[in-house]
Write a protein that binds this ligand. Structure first.
Ligand SMILES: [Zn+2]
Length: 76
């Protein structure tokens, strides 16, 4: 198994959504240097806004999905 991208610090169960406190699956690094954490639900909800302000979005929501049918091929 070859990992292409190795995040510096993977999200863990200790990382919580800033909005609802659920386990976070998205880490959003802001241009300002700050970080936001979101669960899969809120990550999706705020994605359009986040993409405007984020320099990096670490999306580990794929870990949740058991629908391995199609990966989103939305690669900027
Ligand atoms: Zn949430």
């Amino acid at each position: 198994m070859t990992t292409v991208l190795t995040p510096a610090s993977p999200l863990t169960a200790a990382d919580r959504c800033d909005r609802c406190g659920a386990q976070a699956y998205l880490r959003v690094v802001l241009a300002s240097g700050g970080e936001l954490l979101f669960c899969a639900h809120h990550g999706r909800k705020f994605e359009p806004e986040l993409k405007k302000i984020a320099v990096e979005i670490q999306d580990e929501s794929g870990r949740l999905a058991t629908t391995a049918a199609s990966a989103t091929s939305d690669e900027r």
